[in-house]
Design a protein around this ligand. Structure first.
Ligand code: GDP
Ligand code: MG
Length: 177
């Protein structure tokens, strides 16, 4: 597999951010390779993954960056955000604290990221409805207030994962083309 593809029309960088253990790495492995891991390794050992997407007659190579566990120490640096056109900001619907921290992540994103970055707020683990702490409406309202797109997902059950990434990539394409 090559990292540079002469046949692609655009190369987009996007980043995954959010608290530790919300499911960022599993969302990415689901999107890039249709894989899910039950164990909670802080990292799956990759820094980014690629997927090619066709929009109209254009071939887009999406390069999605994942943290290698640095979010545990709030040690994500400006280089992580550099050149990123989109972000999935992820929280866990069963842990209110991860939703409360979305504000901090957004602040960091606005400090280091491009002003017109496409941000999708993602409430992950929607398969765990019995232990839900954050209502879907809460997520949606917050997203609306902040001008973000919003989606609830399950990396485990493969719900809305494709949709969340493709929504972001389509919006980036709209803005940049
Ligand atoms: P990260 O630290 O944000 O990258 O989170 P991980 O992807 O490593 O996931 C943390 C834990 O949550 C792991 O045990 C995963 O198996 C689990 N997990 C991730 N996504 C989901 C999901 O959609 N549903 C459920 N039930 N568990 C998930
Ligand atoms: Mg991870």
């Amino acid at each position: 597999e090559d990292s540079f593809d002469e046949d692609c029309d655009y190369l987009f960088k996007a980043v995954l951010i959010g608290d530790s253990a919300v499911g960022k790495s599993n969302l990415l492995s689901r999107f890039a390779r249709n894989e899910f891991r039950l164990d909670s390794k802080p990292t799956i050992g990759v820094e980014f993954a690629y997927r090619n997407i066709k929009i109209g007659d254009k071939l887009i190579k999406a390069q999605i960056w994942d943290t290698a566990g640095q979010e545990r120490f709030r040690a994500i640096t400006s280089s992580y955000y550099r050149g990123a056109l989109g972000a999935l900001l992820v929280y866990d619907i069963t842990r209110n604290a991860t939703f409360a921290n979305v504000k901090k992540w957004l602040k960091e994103l606005r400090e280091f990221g491009k002003p017109d970055m496409v941000v999708v707020l993602v409430g992950n683990k929607c398969d765990l409805g019995q232990t839900r702490e954050v209502g879907e409406e809460e997520g949606r309202e917050f997203a609306e207030k902040e001008g973000l797109c919003f989606m609830e997902t399950s990396a485990l059950e493969n719900v809305n994962v494709e949709e969340a990434f493709l929504h972001m990539i389509n919006k980036i394409h709209e803005i940049t083309s």
